[in-house]
Design a binder for this molecule. Structure first.
Ligand code: 13P
Length: 245
């Protein structure tokens, strides 16, 4: 279960979140938990999560190790700050910061080289959904952003299916719609990397996941977890979502 905090929370709010979240979990983490705060809050999150099995991740990296790239940070820098995971290619980065499938591939490779576990995000926009192009979009994103990995690299990534029309809109994909997309992604994985690798692959669903809809989503065998935005900002609601995992 993963929490994408996007551009929310200060350092103090990060520490306060973990205090309450840890108390609600009460040491009974039922699944792997990753929290993705803003880069500036990573050290506070790492400190607050120490002694628990909660992982901390960044929301984005640049693919070079260092250099004259004003405003960017590398995978090594994230790792140095205590992060062990990173999001790659979130739809908001594709939409507002011009990320392409080619960039997603380079960033994923850089994350793996830095020892981070990348969560590579894919998903169709509303107009693509309405035009019945979901499979085309996912096949294109897989081919451009993921298929170029080696088998060893692929074994270390997690994929998140996030239909853009479901993000922050309160419109969750039905468990059936999400499972259908996950099956398509898994079949692309099987074609490129083989049946075993496809079976091992973890695919998270993201888009308006809340405590009251997580149960139906997790009941689908194809859905291995969730990438949660808005509902992960509140420790009580994220703890409830985690317990469904
Ligand atoms: P919401 O849960 O707020 O819809 O956001 C989903 C998301 O973008 C997670 O990465």
């Amino acid at each position: 279960m993963a929490a994408n905090w996007k551009m929310y929370k200060t350092t103090g709010q990060t520490t306060a979140f973990f205090q309450q979240f840890k108390a609600e979990l009460n040491g009974s983490e039922s699944c792997e938990i990753v929290v993705f705060p803003t880069t500036l809050c990573i050290p506070a999150a790492v400190e607050a999560a120490s002694g628990t099995s909660i992982y901390i991740g960044g929301q984005n990296i640049y693919w070079c190790r260092e250099g004259a790239y004003t405003g960017e940070i590398s995978g090594e820098m994230l790792h140095d700050a205590g992060a062990t995971w990173t999001l790659i290619g979130h739809s908001e980065r594709r939409q507002y910061f011009c990320e392409t499938d080619a960039n997603v591939l380079k960033k994923t490779q850089a994350a793996l080289e830095a020892g981070l576990t990348p969560v590579v995000c894919v998903g169709e926009r509303l107009e693509e959904h309405q035009a019945g192009k979901v499979h085309d979009v996912l096949i294109r994103q897989f081919a451009g952003g993921i298929a170029g990995l080696t088998e060893e690299q692929f074994a270390r990534i997690v994929i998140a299916y996030e239909p853009v029309w479901a993000i922050g809109t309160g419109k969750t994909a039905t468990p059936e719609i999400a499972a259908d997309a996950h099956r398509l992604i898994r079949s692309e994985a099987e074609k490129r990397f083989g049946a075993e690798a496809a079976q091992e692959l973890r695919i998270l669903y993201g888009g308006s996941v809340k405590p009251d809809n997580i149960g139906g989503l997790m009941a689908e065998a194809e859905i291995d977890g969730a990438l949660v935005g808005g509902a992960s900002l509140d420790p009580h609601s994220f703890a409830k979502i985690v317990s469904a995992g």
